[in-house]
Design a protein around this ligand. Structure first.
Ligand SMILES: CC(C)(COP(=O)(O)OP(=O)(O)OC[C@H]1O[C@@H](n2cnc3c(N)ncnc32)[C@H](O)[C@@H]1OP(=O)(O)O)[C@@H](O)C(=O)NCCC(=O)NCCS
Length: 192
């Protein structure tokens, strides 16, 4: 059995190869607030409003209680908070949901943390929640996001032309989706 606590004493929910995924704690609010207000991070997200510490705490509390959302903090194996992910907008009837992920510190990006987090989130979604399909969306310019989603088995399913207004211009939204059958061979390979 894997250790239920990380080295900082926080509870572990899912253990990956490179990351631990766990519920958010009150003490994560400050770091999350800093990231969500960071201009460089926000350019890749739909968030555009300034988030106060209270807004952030309320968002976490609301998400934690929602029946169709499973928010998760992403930590390194030694327990350092590096980002957030989760399963959102779960449709229990049609068995699909979406994800949204951020790795806060730019120094931590492109090191496989996002892929490891996503592969384990998909394992939980498909093999525990029995979801059938997962979807996500990225701005056309967000190459790292497009790339790591494709690596995890997502396929480009659509493109909403000039759907969002970002930094003074309209940009396309690339819509991606993955079925359990797309992801399973990659998961088997990932664990080999
Ligand atoms: C998108 C994000 C979550 C990915 O997490 P990550 O830990 O950086 O992802 P990984 O390191 O696992 O994978 C990123 C892949 O993109 C590739 N990549 C990076 N920049 C790229 C570019 N300009 N063109 C093509 N591929 C690129 C990397 O090489 C890597 O692939 P590889 O492992 O095959 O080499 C992270 O970059 C992030 O938080 N970005 C800011 C917020 C954001 O954009 N969130 C997603 C909103 S849709």
């Amino acid at each position: 059995m894997s250790d239920p606590l990380d080295s900082t004493g926080k509870v572990v929910f899912l253990k990956g190869r490179k990351v631990l995924l766990r519920p958010f704690e009150e003490t994560d609010c400050r770091q999350m607030q800093i990231w969500i207000n960071d201009e460089d991070i926000r350019r890749n997200l739909l968030a555009f409003r300034p988030m106060s510490a209270r807004d952030e705490r309320e968002w976490m509390e609301k998400m934690q209680k929602m029946e169709n959302a499973i928010p998760l903090a992403i930590c390194t194996l030694d327990g350092e908070l590096i980002g957030s992910t989760g399963i959102f907008k779960i449709n229990w009837q049609h068995r699909y949901a979406s994800t949204g992920t951020l790795i806060g510190d730019p120094e931590r990006r492109n090191k496989g943390f996002g892929t490891d987090a996503k592969m384990h989130v998909l394992n939980y979604a498909f093999n525990v929640l029995n979801l059938h399909r997962m979807v996500t969306e990225a701005f056309e310019f967000n190459e790292p996001s497009l790339h790591y989603n494709l690596k995890c088995g997502y396929k480009v399913e659509g493109r909403l032309r000039q759907h969002y207004f970002k930094e003074g211009r309209y940009v396309d939204a690339v819509q991606l989706g993955v079925l359990r059958e797309d992801w399973l061979p990659l998961w088997e390979e990932y664990n080999r």
